[in-house]
Design a protein. Structure first.
Length: 461
């Protein structure tokens, strides 16, 4: 991008999805791009979060499929299926490292300069790396420094028995009894995975149900599955403290009860990485929770400074971070851009079964925030699901009552993350249920339930 013959200089602090996707777009548009990264390109999404956790979950899925395959006529010859957790963790860490290397190579091939270190903003549009080791001027800066696990003073992780989700990959043996504190997405995913791998799991939930922010019908299905598989959920229970007790842990609840286990995983939210960035000196405003405030094209309150990803607290998903980063560069460098629309974001909870959502929710419909009608079809009636031995899950579609335009959907199923895509396309393109119903699906297929739900939402004019 040239302004009166001068190349626009772009500085990106943080190499996660928001950072490296922004770098690729800026380089494509002709900017001179410098990416400052401390831990490895890919960020926590690749190194300590999405890639390793979903690799662990993939192994857990194989174990579950094997353990529950008897009704399909499969004879394994053993009563149980075991895992070598040390090998599982070695594999997932190797995959994360390889993914980071692939992403680094792609960014470097695009012509982006990568500086290893910690960067901060300074007056005069300067960027300082590692307290002066490098210093340069940038016309545009993007902050994509991510977030880290929230630590409670009463439950300090020790990396051995009391763990954050970034520390579980150092385990060499499967916990005999894992206590998971926190029933949001992270807590539910790890509880589901370790239960499948063979650990006894207790999930401590301060709310009435697991996944309080997700579709209630979906959460109910998951709780039924957890109960059937022996995963113990303590609802309306809040952890007051966690402490070591010899080779185990003791989780004290606020009502006086205690839960003993071999290990405890803390999954109680995230804290944005905003310290040491020079934000106050440059006029970047934070919200009440310490996240960087941005608008729908990723601008902060400071001229020429943008932010993307978990550091903004906007729907903390890797896909949203990447879109924020791309949007920032399109806007900053004068390309065509559409503001971020969170009502088109597809999200997935990688429990077993998975829970995928897009668009308006059941809660929004029930509260009157949007006028919509819904159809929910259980997968138990789907021919392909019967063949695969799938008993749990459903497809739910929401559409506007007058036009039939699809405004949202929920899928609870194995690989729901794949099945949500046609609904996501429909929401993005404002397709009607009739148009979706007229598209061919394969018989038999799980996606046939998506088309059937659309057919059932047809209204005669």
């Amino acid at each position: 991008m040239r302004d009166n013959g001068r190349v626009t200089r772009v500085a990106i602090l943080g190499g996660g999805p928001g950072g490296y996707e922004a770098a690729l777009v800026a380089a494509q548009l002709g900017a001179e791009v410098t990416l400052v990264d401390r831990d490895g390109v890919g960020g926590s999404a690749v190194l300590t979060d999405c890639v390793p956790s979903k690799t662990l979950i993939a192994t857990a899925e194989v174990v579950t499929d094997a353990a529950e395959s008897a009704e399909l006529g499969v004879e394994l010859g053993h009563d149980t299926v075991g895992v070598d957790l040390r090998r599982v963790n070695q594999r997932l860490l190797a995959l994360a490292k390889a993914q980071s290397a692939d992403t680094t190579a792609a960014v470097e091939k695009a012509g982006v300069q990568i500086l290893r270190g910690t960067g901060r903003l300074a007056p005069g549009d300067r960027v300082v790396v590692d307290d002066g080791a490098h210093e340069f001027v940038a016309d545009v800066a993007l902050l994509a420094t991510g977030a880290r696990p929230r630590i409670l003073p009463e439950a300090e992780p020790d990396g051995e028995r009391i763990l954050t989700w970034e520390q579980v990959y150092d385990l060499e043996e499967l916990p005999s009894h894992l206590v998971v504190v926190g029933s949001g997405v992270t807590g539910a995913e790890f509880a589901s995975a370790y239960n499948a791998l063979g650990a006894d799991v207790t999930l401590v939930s301060s709310r009435d149900r697991v996944l309080p922010g997700e579709d209630a019908d979906a959460a109910y299905v998951l709780e039924e599955v957890f109960a059937r598989r022996g995963l113990n959920v303590l609802s309306r229970s809040r952890a007051a403290s966690v402490r070591r007790d010899g080779d185990g842990v003791v989780v004290e609840l606020t009502d006086g009860r205690t839960v003993r286990g071999s290990h405890c995983l803390m999954a109680v939210g995230s804290v944005p990485n905003t310290e040491g960035l020079g934000l106050s000196d440059c006029g970047v405003v934070l919200d009440d929770h310490g996240f960087i405030k941005v608008d729908r094209v990723s601008r902060t309150s400071a001229r020429g400074v943008y932010a993307a990803g978990d550091v903004t607290g906007v729907n903390m998903l890797a896909s949203v971070a990447a879109m924020q980063g791309r949007t920032a560069m399109w806007h900053a460098l004068g390309d065509a851009v559409s503001p971020l629309d969170l009502k088109t974001v597809a999200a997935n909870v990688f429990t077993d079964p998975e829970i995928a959502t897009v668009g308006w929710s059941q809660a929004a419909v029930d509260s009157g925030d949007i006028d919509a009608v819904a159809v929910k079809l259980p997968l138990a009636t789907n021919a392909r699901a019967k063949m695969l031995g799938i008993r749990d899950g459903f497809v739910k579609l929401f559409c506007r009552p007058g036009t039939g335009i699809i405004v949202g959907g929920v899928v609870v199923a194995p690989r729901a993350s794949e099945l949500i895509h046609p609904i996501s396309l429909a929401v993005e393109a404002s397709l009607t249920v009739d148009r979706m119903a007229r598209a061919f699906t394969v018989y038999p297929s799980l996606s046939g339930s998506v088309a059937e739900a659309a057919r059932q939402l047809h209204r005669r004019g």
